[in-house]
Design a protein around this ligand. Structure first.
Ligand SMILES: [Zn+2]
Length: 251
């Protein structure tokens, strides 16, 4: 049940029975020599799309460019400034709430988005907190897909060594499952990439010359991706149902 495939009368009918929508949110950034640029957006979109169908919850278009300044030394990466991303998220939320959506479940695929998303939620609530109406019904929830119950265990089962922090075999498996024809091969040296801090883009490329952090994505495969997606979808469906039913309580 994806918004961009519905007509307005169908959206109107949906709003008469539910006020909840899931928004996949990710990034367009390098994911090492074998990972797709769209990895973080694809993971959120695939898991969110399927969970929305199973839970009967509408899914918004994917917010697919996020906070990726530290990846800008690699061609193809796109980034928003934090201020731009906050402004865009506020406008997405306002557009949806204008029509009656009250519960926005943002399914996030990129760790670098978290701080800016948190600030955007404050900006979204700020309007309601300062208004004459003394509050609104709009409630936002952020969920990082890799932290969903059951997902970490599934990833560990497939990749006990070399999961790492960026361009992980788990997230790349999800994209290979979603787009098997986009699967890539490259020699990875060293086999497991180094760990280290993240600063600006030039520093990142110096520390992590091929883009990976701590990972060995040569292990990625569609079969693991299918199992990881299944675990994540199960958890999102459960959360979506309780989020949609929560009364006035703000979390
Ligand atoms: Zn990623």
């Amino acid at each position: 049940m994806q918004l961009h495939l519905l007509s307005w009368p169908e959206v109107e009918t949906y709003l008469a029975k539910s006020k909840t929508i899931l928004i996949p949110i990710g990034s367009t950034e390098q994911h090492g020599p074998t990972g797709l640029m769209g990895t973080d957006a694809i993971c959120a979109e695939v898991i969110g799309g399927r969970a929305g169908d199973e839970a009967g919850i509408m899914v918004a278009p994917t917010f697919n460019v996020g906070q990726a300044q530290h990846h800008m030394a690699f061609p193809g990466t796109m980034t928003l400034r934090p201020s731009t991303m906050i402004a865009a998220m506020v406008d997405w939320a306002r557009s949806l709430s204008h029509h009656g959506f009250e519960r926005l479940y943002w399914l996030n695929g990129h760790g670098g988005n978290i701080a800016t998303m948190t600030a955007a939620f404050s900006e979204i609530y700020h309007g309601a907190s300062m208004s004459e109406a003394k509050g609104s019904r709009l409630l936002c929830r952020m969920r990082n897909w890799w932290e969903l119950p059951g997902v970490g265990d599934t990833c560990l089962q497939f990749f006990p060594v070399g999961e790492g922090h960026h361009a992980t075999p788990s997230e790349i498996s999800v994209t290979y499952y979603a787009y098997p024809h986009a699967r890539k091969q490259a020699a990875l040296e060293p086999k497991i990439a180094p760990f280290g801090p993240i600063n600006d883009a030039a520093d990142y490329r110096r520390r992590f010359p091929d883009g990976r952090i701590g990972s060995d994505p040569s292990q990625a495969n569609p079969e693991a991706g299918e199992k990881i997606v299944a675990a994540a979808v199960k958890a999102v469906v459960e959360e979506l149902r309780s989020f949609a039913e929560e009364k006035e309580e703000k979390a």
